[in-house]
Design a protein around this ligand. Structure first.
Ligand code: COA
Length: 284
């Protein structure tokens, strides 16, 4: 776990700095915590590449019912350019044979990962935007009365709302978010019209996954989350096509970290709903 964590930290840091972006992770400790959580939470599968007896690369498969996520994929910067990422990705594609599709969100500033996934028959299905809010919100935000924190008995209802829309079976993830964080639910006349999972981490609160009928519901869910985690940094990833929700997030003082490309191998495509994505434990 420690070594996988170091590779994650070094690979993402080097990739970001090479393209003039600030690293997402501030220390190897964050990479180690991520590695530990990937191994212990959710039905994830991790493959590693070794040179000698040393782990120099890894990839994670995150099956969620008939579909799944791939990632993170990372190779130690000292072992780059030898085809290791390509071998790891081909091996995970074999593992994912029973799934209808696998998807991965790539940082759009990284031409190598895009080239690699394209070669292996992934296609660009959507543009995404990674946003962060450092230090949380200082203001008192207007809240809408339709958002509440979910109760333990709501998990089945949230799951039943989510699965036909996202197509991902997130049952274990929802239980994990409810235990370690919060699931916020938007209801109108007792019908669910959206939900947002909030997962506090050591550095920031992950806001996502979110599925909502429209921008108003999504914005109300985000506002509630910012009020709940006031003065804590947070991160989210939304579809770039949802201009109204992006504008709403930026007016709440979120900053754009980077653009992303969601690549898919297989049948899944984004639906008509507003969606935000949590990178853990679904993959990146
Ligand atoms: C992206 C990353 C995984 C690549 O690892 P790697 O082991 O160096 O990659 P590989 O050597 O297997 O493959 C790179 C391929 O892209 C090709 N490539 C590189 N730059 C390219 C470009 N600009 N255009 C087209 N192809 C390009 C290479 O020729 C190679 O193809 P080949 O194996 O057919 O020769 C690694 O740099 C990394 O860990 N980056 C940070 C984390 C990250 O971005 N992960 C991906 C998303 S989760």
């Amino acid at each position: 776990v420690d070594r996988v964590g170091e590779v994650l930290y070094e690979a993402f840091k080097t990739g970001a700095l090479k393209h003039g972006y600030a690293p997402r992770m501030q220390s190897a400790q964050e990479g180690k915590a991520w590695a530990w959580a990937m191994l212990h939470r959710g039905p994830n599968e991790i493959l590693v590449a070794e040179e000698g007896n040393r782990v120099v690369g890894l990839i994670c498969l995150n099956p969620r019912g008939s579909h799944g996520g791939v990632g993170p994929l990372a190779v130690d910067p000292r072992s780059e350019g030898k085809g290791l990422a390509s071998e790891l990705t081909q091996a995970i594609i074999k593992k994912a044979e029973s799934l209808q599709s696998i998807r991965c969100i790539l940082e759009a500033f990284n031409p190598v990962s895009f080239a690699l996934f394209t070669t292996l028959d992934f296609v660009a299905a959507a543009s995404t935007v990674d946003l962060f809010l450092d230090g949380g919100t200082k203001e008192d935000l207007d809240l809408c009365g339709s958002v509440t924190e979910s109760m333990p008995g709501d998990l089945d209802t949230v799951h039943a709302y989510d699965i036909p829309r996202s197509k991902f079976d997130r049952r274990p993830d929802l239980a994990y978010y409810a235990k370690r964080g919060k699931i916020l639910v938007y209801r109108k006349q007792s019908q669910i019209r959206g939900y947002l999972a909030c997962l506090p981490g050591p550095e920031s609160v992950q806001l996502g996954p979110l599925v909502a009928e429209g921008n108003d519901e999504a914005e109300s869910l985000f506002r509630y989350a910012l009020t709940l985690y006031k003065q804590r940094s947070s991160r989210t990833c939304v579809l770039a096509r949802n201009g109204a929700i992006l504008k709403a997030l930026m007016s709440l003082r979120f900053k754009v970290y980077c653009l992303g490309i969601m690549v898919v191998r297989g049948s899944w495509r984004p639906g008509e709903y507003v969606e935000a994505f949590g990178r853990f434990p679904e993959g990146t």
